[in-house]
Design a protein around this ligand. Structure first.
Ligand code: GAL
Length: 808
């Protein structure tokens, strides 16, 4: 069989960029403007970490690229693909206008065949407008996040034949039976609108081995876009689920009279989603959704981050935060992120762009409907996607629009339910699942509203946001505040697990994000994350990680520094852990074995272990009291440590008086005892040790002691950068910590960053360690080689990281 298979050329390196636009740039003749050399993904304006004018990223700008096309491509059709340009793009090839796209979150492609010059250099010019144009969702009112600008996702050209595979929706059905169904919708583009016979060969591969093959002959009807349904039953395949994310590939080969015209390989998984009133069923098994919302932003460069950073976020969610679900708030996100969710087994709530406001114009609404189509046709083969969000986040009821968005979604994909995120109780349900942002938890009441009160009817129900603005928390807030944030997330999880008719809860949100002046803490940051903007954990992060069973977690969310608590009342120590129990020692003395607090949190998979005292039997063992009196004194001390002296009743005081008389002690002796056993006032060397046990084996140990060696720790996510379709990045985390690896949240050091070799630092080169830690990313520049990153602190010296940049 002979073939002229399509040729794909990635166009991500060596663009020219100018933060202005002028019509003379289209032809590329005049060169009075200064263009800078950039690689894609690119942000049109780098912004500071915080405290900036939110209008600075809203500009008109120009991207230009010269590229050569060989004469071999002369009989091909050339499609230019953009994965994401924010917010409006107008494209010119060799001075000729070839198309435009409105909306920054969905991919688009343009036929540029006629504008090309073969055997010559071609000029691609793109006018990008990153203003918040009111005819494009999510714009027109206010939005609680920034949208940045630029060609922030990858670009490529595909040179295809006159018959090409445009898409294929791979649906898997009857997956619980021996014979499973592969229900394919194959979209073919027939540029010359011919009528002809095509032979199509399908090959299913699992881990690079062929497991099924079949063929089909179809008749082209002579239309530009044609669709074919092919149903095939297959056996002996492994299902995709969150614990075993088995992925298959479908290779599709289209040929005509022994000549291969096109070939595509698409990854997919065999699995089935069903949403019932009592929850989500994946392959017939009910799963409680424990998740977090994710914006796709990063410090300084906004949305412009390549594959490895997108991968890393999915890995952080799955492995560090231990969640099983992510909501793409509030727009479709990078294909790389989606790929990694498929690979790690993370369920995805996909959603169209929008925030509270429904635009009035027909154009705005048409774009919103188009977004539904673009989102679904981009993401439908990702087994991780379990629901389509087809309502503008938190918008009011709008029957005319939402009847249509639901109809579009159902027509394109009958295998997944729709949801529509709202904050209204009893609102009109045109979707399959009532998806609701429940911000009712105040820290004092129960974690979530009753489902019945919200939906009024028996319907499938999912909480899509909670907490967030109800309790903004900075990584360097005081201990009680950070502990409170963690407890609030825990309370919501408890309510979610407790109620059978709540299918899950997706917290607001994974990490802090830059925002507009109407929101956030006045510095253009919403501190709503369980992590900071650099993906570094706050205490609340450990509530999530402790819920999973993949690896042992034990996080002691308490510094034991009495001076950081009002009135010096440290209160209970919350240990977020999935251990069976924790042995606690103070100054090497065994205090007790503490079990998860099942009485307080009976429903979550792993309640925290709560240590309410560090006295143990010490008063009994060291002081002259009998057991009953020692117990009374111990319990009184615990009450005081939680509630202050106000916690002691008159009766308690009278009892204490009698004990004092009995043992010939004064009140000041009692104060001394309190100091000795509770507050360690004046004690020079209080040490604590926590040992976490699983199956009677000590799996984790945490020590807490007074500050010893304070040092800087530097941890790269990887030491190898791989340049393929575009540049690569790695994050480097810098931490100030003590001798027990305890992060020092109130350290205010700064570090100077520099590099040697073929890499660059993203963002500023002198950074504060906010709340004792921070991170930065370095990126490759188009060249391979050895590189070095130097992190220098005046106080803690210098650390060096070696990085290898490979090119494939
Ligand atoms: C919600 C909104 C989110 C975010 C959050 C803050 O109302 O959907 O985008 O603003 O509040 O808690």
């Amino acid at each position: 069989m002979n073939s002229t298979l399509p040729v794909i050329e990635h166009l991500n390196f060596d663009w020219e960029f100018c933060p202005k636009f002028d019509k003379t740039m289209i032809s590329g003749d005049k060169n009075e403007y200064i263009f800078e050399r950039v690689n894609i993904p690119h942000t049109s304006v780098e912004i500071p970490y915080n405290n900036f004018d939110e209008n600075i990223y809203q500009i008109d700008c120009c991207y230009r690229k010269k590229f050569y096309i060989s004469k071999d491509m002369i009989n091909r059709y050339a499609w230019l693909h953009f994965d994401g340009v924010m917010a409006y793009a107008k494209i010119f090839v060799n001075g000729e206008f070839v198309g435009e796209h409105k909306g920054g979150y969905t991919p688009f492609k343009l036929d540029i065949t006629k504008a090309l010059k073969y055997g010559q250099e071609n000029l691609l010019v793109i006018y990008v407008d990153s203003h918040e144009r009111e005819e494009i969702p999510p714009f027109g009112f206010v939005v609680d996040y920034l949208t940045y600008g630029g060609i922030y996702r990858e670009v490529r050209i595909a040179y295809v034949n006159e018959i090409a595979i445009a898409n294929c929706h791979i649906k898997t059905k009857n997956v619980l039976e021996d014979k499973k169904l592969l229900d394919l919708e194959l979209y073919i583009e027939n540029y010359k609108t011919k009528t002809d016979t095509l032979e199509i060969a399908f090959t299913i591969l699992y881990k690079n081995s062929i497991c099924h093959e079949f063929t089909k002959t179809v008749e082209l009807k002579g239309e530009y876009s044609e669709k074919y349904n092919i149903v095939k039953s297959v056996e002996n395949v492994d299902l995709w689920d969150i614990n075993n994310p088995n992925l298959y590939h479908l290779n599709i080969r289209v040929s005509h009279e022994e000549k291969i015209l096109d070939e595509k390989t698409i990854r997919f998984g065999f699995r089935e989603i069903a949403y019932e009133n009592d929850g989500l069923y994946l392959n017939g098994e009910k799963i409680k959704l424990r998740g977090l919302n994710r914006h796709q932003s990063f410090p300084y460069v906004g949305y412009a981050m390549p594959k490895s950073a997108q991968y890393k976020d999915a890995e952080i969610l799955k492995y560090s935060l231990g969640v099983n679900t992510v909501r793409l708030s509030h727009y479709p996100q990078s294909n790389h992120f989606m790929d990694r969710c498929d690979e790690v087994g993370l369920l995805v709530f996909d959603e169209i762009p929008g925030w509270q406001n429904i635009g009035d114009s027909e154009e705005w609404r048409n774009l919103a409907k188009e977004n539904v189509r673009e989102m679904i046709m981009k993401d439908w083969n990702h087994p991780s996607v379990f629901i389509w969000g087809v309502r503008i986040n938190e918008s009011k009821d709008c029957e005319e629009l939402y009847l249509e968005t639901n109809a579009i979604a159902h027509a394109l994909d009958e295998t997944r339910p729709t949801g529509g995120v709202r904050y209204l109780e009893g609102s009109q349900l045109l979707e399959d699942v009532y998806t609701f942002n429940d911000f009712s938890h105040t820290g004092m009441n129960k974690g979530l509203k009753d489902r019945k009160k919200v939906t009024k009817k028996e319907v499938p129900y999912l909480v899509t946001e909670h907490n967030g603005h109800m309790f903004p928390t900075k990584k360097y807030d005081s201990e009680p505040h950070r502990i409170d944030q963690a407890k609030r997330h825990l309370n919501v999880l408890e309510a979610m697990y407790k109620n059978n008719d709540i299918s899950g809860a997706i917290g607001w949100c994974m990490f802090d994000y830059n925002t507009h002046e109407d929101f956030g803490s006045g510095d253009k940051i919403c501190y709503h994350g369980v992590m900071d903007m650099f993906r570094i954990e706050k205490y609340a992060a450990y509530v999530y990680s402790s819920m999973q069973d993949q690896e042992p977690v034990m996080y002691v969310a308490n510094s034991m520094d009495i001076g950081d608590f009002p009135a010096g009342i440290v209160g209970d120590t919350y240990i977020f852990t999935n251990c069976d129990y924790v042995n606690v020692y103070k100054n090497d003395l065994f205090i007790g074995k503490f079990y998860p607090a099942k009485e307080l949190y009976p429903s979550v998979p792993h309640p925290p272990v709560i240590v309410d005292n560090y006295i143990g039997n010490q008063i009994h063992d060291n002081e002259p009291f009998n057991d009953r009196d020692a117990n009374f004194i111990k319990n009184s001390f615990i009450k005081i440590s939680k509630l202050g002296e106000a916690g002691i009743t008159l009766v308690d005081k009278a009892k204490m008086g009698l004990i004092l008389v009995k043992y010939k002690l004064s009140f000041s002796d009692v104060y001394q005892l309190y100091g000795k056993y509770m507050s360690n006032w004046g004690d020079s060397a209080t040490t604590y040790k926590f040992e976490g046990y699983i199956n009677e084996k000590c799996v984790l140990t945490v020590n807490k002691s007074q500050l010893g060696d304070v040092h800087m720790k530097v941890s790269p996510d990887t030491n190898i950068l791989v340049e393929a379709e575009t540049y690569d990045v790695t994050r480097i985390v810098v931490n100030i910590e003590d001798n027990n690896s305890k992060p020092l949240f109130y350290s205010n050091e700064s570090v100077f960053l520099s590099v040697e070799g073929p890499i660059e630092i993203i963002g500023p080169k002198h950074i504060p360690l906010i709340g004792g830690s921070s991170a930065f990313w370095v990126k490759s520049t188009g060249l391979a080689g050895h590189a070095k990153v130097i992190i220098a602190s005046e106080r803690y010296g210098e650390e060096k990281i070696l990085i290898d940049v490979l090119k494939v």
